[in-house]
Design a protein around this ligand. Structure first.
Ligand code: COA
Length: 165
């Protein structure tokens, strides 16, 4: 589970050496637009600690993604999240801007969904997105996630999609 590969990307379990790449990713305002806004280096360090602890506790979590050439492309994962006080398990993903529009999110979300449903045998997975994040909604819809309800994300209008076994 520490590594997986897709056609074009390799995924590595989150570790402390990924901090600088994550800090840079989270400081791009376009990337962070639907992720709660730009984060300071300290906030991203706390994010890294929380997500490493998630791995230790649950045996799955956040991976960093690289191209075959070794360039950092983004991050993606499977994690517990409270939605309207219910413990859900979501897939999530974010890519450096230069890698948008090449199908990387679809490729990664496909792999995450397979891991979640087939390897982890989870009964269902959700995707939580801002209403206005058309690209991310499209990724979930292409993978047959079904729109389940409206909710809030960071206090902003969001929607929750779900896929079941
Ligand atoms: C959202 C994000 C992950 C998409 O990544 P990507 O690799 O460009 O996505 P893909 O190329 O796999 O697929 C995007 C799909 O959305 C479509 N799309 C792009 N912009 C769109 C928009 N504004 N409205 C609707 N659809 C859109 C694309 O045409 C494509 O669909 P297609 O395959 O049918 O042509 C990427 O833009 C990103 O990292 N954004 C910042 C972080 C983020 O928002 N993460 C998601 C949080 S829920």
């Amino acid at each position: 589970m520490d590594h997986f590969v897709t056609d074009r990307l390799t995924a590595e379990r989150l570790n402390e050496s990924h901090l600088a790449d994550l800090v840079a990713l989270h400081q791009d305002p376009e990337v962070s637009r639907y992720l709660g806004g730009v984060r300071s280096a300290e906030t991203t360090k706390a994010y890294l600690d929380v997500n490493m602890a998630h791995w230790d506790r649950h045996g799955f979590g956040l991976w960093t993604l690289r191209t075959r050439e070794g360039a950092f492309a983004g991050r993606a994962g499977i994690r517990h999240i409270l939605v309207d006080d219910v413990d859900e398990i979501e897939i999530f993903y974010a890519f450096k801007r230069e890698f948008w529009g090449r199908g990387f999110a679809s490729e990664t979300a496909t792999a995450l969904t397979k891991i979640g449903l087939s390897r982890l045998m989870l009964p269902s997975l959700i995707g939580l997105v801002y209403v206005e994040n058309g690209a991310s909604r499209r990724v979930l819809e292409k993978l047959n996630y079904l729109l389940e309800k409206s909710t809030k994300r960071n206090g902003i209008d969001g929607v929750m999609y779900r896929i079941r076994q």
